[in-house]
Design a protein around this ligand. Structure first.
Ligand code: PMP
Length: 361
């Protein structure tokens, strides 16, 4: 605590991101839902080209500010998802878009509701912008209670599929929530949708209260570049733009803009790496069940597992000793679960062999 901190700084409880070890290569790092595969080779080509091309690499373009609208990236998003430029917005990671969104659409008179077990950044944004935040209790500890969300008043923020539970809601449930909250903005965070959820992007023309947020950090392997986008009604998008241009006009740098565009447009590479993650997920889930773990069916690139005989905390510590990093949350109702990101087959084999050593001996 410093005497220079204002009340806002004193009062906040910052989000705690997953551990990023100094030397990730020394670890099996399956704690922050990164993609185990590199981005499309076209991403690297696009970055080199932006730097001046393989021959010169002068970096001269870096003298210039990037497009404030992240133009080439948003053009690629529109092409890939069949949207118009007035319906999309780009951000420095989807976290930044979430922050703009809390700033732009909610305030102390417009509360926000969210499932009690979800992405733990949402309550942090609510608190920093003084927005009342109501956490709706889960069903059976880990299931989103759509009926309870539909009857509550206020804006809604939902991760679908949800994190860290890995469970997806069907689009009909999202539609029901949108209909019940016609006069409130409903944010659907689709960070993991490419791994099994049904996207709500197709509903943005029908519902002017819907904003869908996506990230390129997971299925496009670009967590290190910090790129996300939002899709919604032009008036909502304009609200985000007003907020961005009152905060930082150039949120996405030149390299990220071209990298994001290249990644979005390389459909074959996207499909191939996604299939690899899905195959590894199913194989890992089966082997974990053989070791006695229980878990919901995952629609994400991670598994949310619990063991009837061993505490998640003990398993977490044992894995860490063996240089395997997974995620454990000290949150009521889920303290006995671990969130395990799907890595390569080799990484999952290492995880399974260490877990076998812990459980079977
Ligand atoms: N939403 C959810 C549900 C997430 O799990 C994450 C990743 N931590 C994000 C958003 C943020 O993603 P980004 O890297 O785009 O900021």
């Amino acid at each position: 605590m410093s005497r220079f901190w204002n009340d806002r700084t004193k009062g906040i409880q910052p989000y705690v991101p997953g551990e990023q070890p100094e030397d990730p290569s020394a670890w099996v790092k399956i704690n922050t839902n990164e993609n185990p595969y590199p981005p499309s080779p076209r991403v690297v080509e696009a970055i080199l080209s932006e730097m001046g091309g393989k021959q010169s690499l002068s970096g001269a373009n870096l003298r210039l500010y990037p497009s404030a609208e992240a133009a080439p990236f948003l053009d690629a998003v529109c092409e890939r998802y069949g949207l118009k430029r007035s319906q999309v917005f780009a951000g420095n990671g989807s976290d930044e878009i979430l922050a703009f969104r809390f700033m732009a659409f909610w305030d102390k008179n417009r509360p926000v509701i969210s499932p009690a077990v979800t992405y733990s950044f949402y309550p942090v944004y609510a608190s920093i912008f003084d927005i009342p935040y109501r956490a709706i209790p889960m069903k059976n500890d880990i299931e989103v209670d759509c009926d309870a969300i539909a009857v509550q008043k206020g804006g809604v923020v939902l991760a679908n599929p949800n994190a860290p539970t890995s469970i997806a809601l069907p689009l009909d449930d999202i539609r029901r929530i949108l209909e019940a909250h016609r006069d409130d903005v409903v944010l659907v965070d689709e960070a993991y949708v490419d791994y099994g959820g049904e996207s709500a992007i197709g509903l943005i023309t029908e519902f002017d209260n819907l904003l869908v947020v996506r990230t390129l950090s997971k299925s496009y392997s670009l967590a290190g570049m910090r790129i996300g986008f939002a899709a919604g009604n032009p008036e909502l998008i304009e609200g985000l733009r007003r907020m961005k241009d009152s905060f930082n006009s150039y949120t996405i740098d030149r390299l990220a803009i071209v990298a994001g565009a290249a990644a979005i447009l390389d459909r074959d590479y996207f499909d191939r790496t996604r299939e690899m993650v899905l195959a590894t997920r199913e194989r890992t889930a089966e082997k974990l069940r053989e070791l006695g773990f229980a878990m919901p069916a995952s629609s994400t690139n991670f598994l949310f597992v619990t063991h009837p005989e061993h505490s998640a905390k003990d398993i977490f510590s044992f894995l860490k000793e063996k240089k395997i990093l997974v995620r454990h949350f000290n949150t009521a109702g889920i303290e006995n679960y671990l969130r395990i990101t799907i890595g390569t087959d080799e990484e999952m084999d290492r995880l399974l062999s260490v877990l076998k050593e812990f459980i079977v001996g």
